[in-house]
Design a protein around this ligand. Structure first.
Ligand code: FAD
Ligand code: MLT
Ligand code: ZN
Length: 481
């Protein structure tokens, strides 16, 4: 047995390297570094090795071996977590298990409207495969080029089309996962109805890698829309956005594919900091809505609907100005204005994110009250909320005041998050709408989910992962010593 090169027990290290080889097992710091930092650069961990199984068999073997040696495992997909969920801690004891090599699209069935994909397939690749088959995977997030199906299900991702089709959990028909003892739970059944005990696949969706590693997923597809309309609207505020949402919903709720809210501050950061991002309206506004309508019918009913609702709204002043996309490139450039918000805020300086949700009717109150509270907390703070208004999900994100020391701003992150979340709590909302808890928000769990809820979650975790090797430090606050 060669000299150990990792912090792993030598017998485990040699078993893993024999099984995985140099492609499947990364140990050099330069190779493992990208896997130990999160997208927001909030966390930097260390790991004993990065393991990249080629299939479910290798993945099961890895987990069984790690369980035998009580070695913690951090499951990782595209590493686009916004809450540090896929980043190991600083101990260097854990292995990162990345699914990127498990990237086959196994089958698309046009009758069942399903696709069978491995966990390492990116969301974008899955969308493209569905489109090439004349169908649609109705899940869209700005990180879809990197986010992987396993991570998308593990976080129960939401995104732009949740308003019409639901979150990732609702689009997941079947699932296979490797459990913390290395056994394989095969729930790959493409059944609309299957009431045979606890729905384990639903428990694994949203479990953020703390209950098992998702290896294969069956996703529900939709017919490819044959008519689609997209419009960007300038509005006065979130109340106007809510009224406009109501106007479209009153006409045809099933037509609303996406209804995204953006603040004037956020849009200005995009047009200032993102190359080629320009505002196709006569002048900037205090807020905007991007609305997409679609239908499987190849007629002009969607265009008529868009024109009639927007026509009335422009006439009664609800909408100040609007532009409808007239080509695929205009569709892409309008969506880019929305999808580049996260990147623009990253470039603008230190920023604190609040991925929160409230009942849809209370979105205006949230934005109004949280804006006033944050501006009082840190004068000059740039308040740049945007998000999935149709779901009541707002990314109430704050960018540091111009000229402020980024570290000093970030040092106030809990003050800012608590300030915003106190208002969310008062509005009966959630402190994490779609990004999950990860390691960033564990401190909020006792206050928001304490008592029977958190205790039951701990019991489920203890029952399924008694050794506690699955993604330690995520979801659950450190147990009171
Ligand atoms: P990772 O970041 O690798 O992991 C996320 C979590 O899932 C971690 O806890 C990890 O341990 C666990 N995990 C990963 N793979 C597996 C697996 N196979 N089995 C079990 N656990 C696993 N999210 C939204 O919901 N909506 C959005 O609109 C959205 N927009 C975003 C925009 C940007 C620019 C960025 C950077 C992120 C955005 N996100 C959004 C957050 C993120 O992209 C999602 O949470 C996504 O689902 C994570 O997928 P991933 O493959 O990158 O997972
Ligand atoms: C998005 O919807 O683009 C992300 O979830 C938002 C974020 O950056 O907070
Ligand atoms: Zn989002």
């Amino acid at each position: 047995m060669s000299a150990p090169i990792t912090a792993l027990p030598p017998s485990l290290e040699s078993a893993l390297s024999q099984m995985l080889g140099p492609v499947g097992m990364l140990v050099d710091a330069s190779d493992t570094a990208p896997y130990t930092r999160d997208w927001r650069l909030l966390y930097e961990g260390r790991c004993a090795a990065v393991l990249r199984p080629a299939d479910t068999g290798e993945l099961a073997r890895i987990v069984a071996l790690c369980a035998e040696h009580d070695v913690p495992i951090v499951p990782q997909g595209g590493n686009t977590s916004m809450v540090g969920g896929a980043t190991p801690d600083a101990s260097g004891r854990a292995v990162v298990v990345c699914t990127s090599r498990m990237n086959r699209i196994r089958e698309i069935d046009p009758h069942d409207l399903t696709m069978v994909v491995e966990a390492g397939v990116t969301l974008k690749a899955a969308q493209d495969a569905a489109r090439n088959a004349g169908l649609m995977l109705p899940l869209s997030i700005s990180s879809e080029g990197s986010a992987q199906i396993g991570g998308v299900i593990a976080t129960n991702a939401g995104g732009n089309n949740t308003v019409r089709y639901g979150n990732a959990r609702e689009l997941m028909v079947g699932l296979e996962a490797v459990m913390p003892d290395g056994s394989v739970f095969n729930g790959l059944r493409r059944l609309r109805k299957d009431n045979t005990g606890y729905a384990l696949r639903q428990l694994l969706a949203g479990s953020e890698g703390t209950l098992g590693i998702i290896s294969t997923v069956i996703l529900q597809l939709q017919p490819q829309p044959r008519s689609r309309e997209l419009a960007l609207c300038a509005i006065a505020d979130a109340s106007a956005a809510l009224t406009l949402f109501g106007a479209f919903r009153a006409q045809d709720p099933s037509a609303i594919q996406a209804f995204e809210y953006m603040s004037g501050v956020g849009m200005a950061l995009v047009t200032d900091l993102i190359d080629g991002a320009t505002l196709p309206l006569s002048e900037p506004a205090a807020a905007y809505v991007l609305v997409e309508l679609a239908s499987a019918r190849a007629d002009d009913s969607i265009r008529t609907l868009m024109e009639s609702v927007l026509g009335d709204a422009l006439e009664n002043g609800l909408v100040i100005d609007a532009v409808m996309a007239e080509s695929e490139s205009q569709v892409a450039s309008l969506w880019r204005l929305r999808e580049e918000h996260a990147e623009a805020q990253k470039r603008a300086g230190a920023n604190v994110k609040n991925d929160v949700s409230v009942p849809v009717s209370r979105v205006p109150a949230l934005i109004e009250r949280a804006t006033a509270a944050c501006e009082a907390l840190i004068p000059g703070i740039r308040v740049a909320p945007f998000g999935h208004l149709g779901d009541g999900n707002i990314h109430f994100n704050l960018v540091q005041p111009e000229g402020m020391d980024p570290a000093a701003f970030l040092a106030r992150d809990h003050d800012i998050m608590d300030c915003v979340c106190a208002i969310v709590h008062d509005l009966d909302g959630s402190f994490s709408a779609e990004h999950g808890v990860g390691q960033l928000k564990t401190y909020m769990m006792p206050e928001w989910r304490g008592g029977a809820e958190l205790e039951t979650m701990r019991r489920i975790k203890q029952a399924i992962d008694p050794r506690g090797i699955m993604n330690p430090g995520k979801i659950f606050p450190a147990a009171a010593s």
